[in-house]
Design a protein around this ligand. Structure first.
Ligand code: COA
Length: 451
């Protein structure tokens, strides 16, 4: 067994024993109460999932194994001293719990390079889809079609004992992460560069190779991709992507199935699609206002019009966070350090000034502050990756790190099939007030027009 796998096994088996002990000795202890409001607003705040890779604090933001993003930027190994930390290092941290050495991160890079071969039939599946299929449709279909390679599925069929499920899951997880950059880049070159594909360069790190296969070889873009892959890698277990992978994985579906399903969730406008929607929204605003340099007043009026239309302002709000997302701040600092001046980035910064007070005025919006997606598209756009329908795929490549590390943990803990209870609406009504009338019809609002 190679040493990273062995280290994971040693650490995780201790936690697994603790999991089993808690299950045996404390299963009947009460740990939380739930309100009807939580049930009716997306189960927010109910502690229902065991996820060790990262924890999201509403006020402070994400911590990966206890480390904030600025702490990670200081402690994780880098390619070169003035560059950005390697995502390989973060994966090691999430999987094993310790900050890796430079050598550990580099060994992980090499290991992934040896696992990166994508079977031809997966490219054939992508090529069989019409070019107007959304990049995320192609990406999730490609991941699903790669399930032919599942080591877990073969081990299960061969009758391997439950206690070893983690082993073949680990192999699938490492293979899948290793292959995602090639899939993503293939879709990018197919859709936007006339099918002129670029072979992987096994000497490059995971994020650098993704940039290379997409056609970008400058150190600037490699640095951006390393930072991007680190900050998007995980956001505890309840977000749609992580929860979907966990849920599907709990049926002992193989990691390819679980991650393909998760990618269908990431593609939603309230989740990962927001990163492309922000750029689309900014262009739509510039077109409607007929200017590339709108004033604060114009932006304010436009935002109010959007809200009056019953639409969302993408990149703002969050289901858990109650302040500016530290991932937004990390990207803002990156732009200040490396970019200085860019018209779209200027608008993103202007939106940060104008939007929160407007959203606060609405009253019902819990968090008026920007999330990670408010910034990411403008950085990609600046460096020449202007095809924003592709942006969510990049998010999907990165999020695999946290979600699949968690799936490996799930299998070593022996987490059972997930099966919450559901009831008809009438049952919930009976719990709180049997006399409430549920309205049968309502008047749809009329769509208005701007200006
Ligand atoms: C992230 C998001 C889905 C969280 O949703 P949530 O947990 O339901 O958030 P809230 O409890 O604050 O929502 C309360 C109300 O405010 C609305 N709201 C929240 N954020 C909003 C935004 N950015 N623009 C307009 N309305 C918003 C919700 O749609 C909801 O309206 P409703 O009561 O009519 O259904 C939501 O903030 C959103 O849609 N943001 C824009 C999309 C986005 O950036 N997604 C990426 C998230 S990382």
């Amino acid at each position: 067994m190679e040493y990273i796998k062995y280290r994971f096994f040693k650490k995780a088996s201790k936690c697994s024993k603790e999991y089993q002990r808690l299950k045996k000795e404390h299963s009947n202890d009460v740990i939380a109460e739930i309100t009807l409001g939580q049930v009716l607003t997306g189960m927010k705040g109910i502690p229902l999932l065991v996820t060790d890779t990262s924890k999201l604090d509403p006020e402070e933001g994400i911590r990966f194994k206890g480390y904030t993003i600025p702490e990670l930027q200081e402690k994780l190994p880098r390619m070169n001293p003035e560059g950005e930390p390697l995502p390989e290092g973060l994966f090691y941290l999430m999987l094993i719990g310790d900050i890796p050495s430079r050598e550990d991160a580099s060994n992980l890079s090499k290991d992934w390079a040896t696992r990166a071969h994508v079977p031809q039939h997966v490219f054939d599946v992508i090529d069989a889809m019409p070019k107007n299929s959304k990049p995320m449709t192609q990406f999730s279909a490609a991941i699903l079609s790669m399930a032919t390679e599942s080591v877990f599925q073969k081990a299960y069929r061969a009758g391997v004992s439950k206690q070893f499920f983690w082993d073949s899951t680990y192999e699938d997880v490492m293979n899948l992460i290793a292959r995602l950059p090639h899939l993503a880049a293939y879709i990018y070159r197919r859709n936007f560069h006339n099918d002129e594909h670029i072979e992987p360069n096994p000497k490059l790190d995971w994020a650098g190779n993704l940039a290379h296969m997409m056609g970008f070889d400058s150190e600037d873009i490699r640095r951006l991709f390393r930072m991007y892959m680190v900050i998007h890698a995980d956001h505890e277990g309840g977000n749609v992507t992580a929860h979907t992978a966990h849920l599907v994985g709990s049926a002992l579906s193989n990691p390819y199935y679980a991650y393909a399903a998760a990618m269908a969730g990431l593609a939603g406008p309230l989740h990962g699609f927001a990163n492309q929607d922000v750029i689309h929204w900014i262009f739509e605003m510039m077109e409607t206002l007929d200017t590339e340099t709108p004033t604060d007043k114009q932006i304010e009026e436009y935002c109010k019009y959007i809200l009056d239309e019953g639409r969302i302002i993408p990149g703002y709000g969050h289901a858990v966070l109650m302040k500016t997302d530290p991932r937004f701040t990390a990207q803002q600092e990156f732009a200040e350090k490396y970019i200085k001046e860019d018209p779209i980035i200027n608008i993103v910064n202007q939106l940060y000034r104008v939007v929160p007070p407007i959203l606060s005025e609405v009253g019902k919006i819990k968090n008026p502050w920007p999330n990670v997606d408010a910034y990411s598209g403008s950085l990609l756009y600046h460096y020449g990756i202007k095809e924003y329908s592709f942006y969510t795929v990049l998010f999907g490549v990165s999020r695999a790190l946290g979600v699949l590390a968690s799936l490996t943990n799930d299998r070593i803990y022996g987490i059972p099939i997930e099966r919450p209870t559901s009831h008809p609406l009438e049952w919930f009504k009976q719990q709180v007030d049997p006399d409430i009338e549920i309205p049968q019809d309502f008047e749809p609002r009329q769509s208005g027009r701007f200006l």
